[in-house]
Design a protein around this ligand. Structure first.
Ligand SMILES: [Zn+2]
Length: 139
């Protein structure tokens, strides 16, 4: 897609701090990092989200995440790494090209606020109904 910033990075029209590349994926540093070592993995084909991704593309991205999480561990030895992927503006996806975040957290960086939420018991009847709808829709 011509106006997509990640497609421009793939084509080399915009520079990036490249971490890894093969025929189908590119991994590079997020230039607005949440923490030290924040990396994005993207498929080279322009797709917006997981709904548009093929299973093979998802497997390839996850295989790359596995490779890079080991490299992150060896290189900067964080206390933990969040793996995050957002689908849609309602969940704050900003760049509409599928991307997978690897967000290491090291000593002194504190907890990752987006992974903390208050545990409030849900409405069991509503949960049951929603699960029923989702399980009935599994193909
Ligand atoms: Zn794109």
């Amino acid at each position: 897609m011509s106006d997509c910033i990640f497609c421009k990075i793939i084509k080399g029209e915009i520079p990036c701090f490249k971490v890894y590349e093969d025929d189908s994926v590119l991994a590079f540093a997020d230039i607005n990092p949440i923490s030290k070592g924040h990396i994005l993995i993207i498929p080279k084909r322009h797709i917006e989200n997981m709904w548009e991704a093929t299973e093979e593309e998802l497997v390839t991205v996850m295989r790359t995440a596995k490779k890079l999480i080991h490299a992150i561990k060896d290189a900067i030895n964080p206390e933990g790494v969040a793996v995050l992927q957002l689908n849609g503006k309602a969940v704050n996806q900003v760049v509409m090209h599928y991307h997978f975040h690897l967000i290491p957290r090291s000593e002194g960086e504190g907890k990752l606020s987006m992974t903390e939420w208050e545990l409030i018991p849900g409405n069991m009847e509503e949960i049951k109904q929603t699960v029923g709808k989702i399980t009935a829709a599994i193909k």
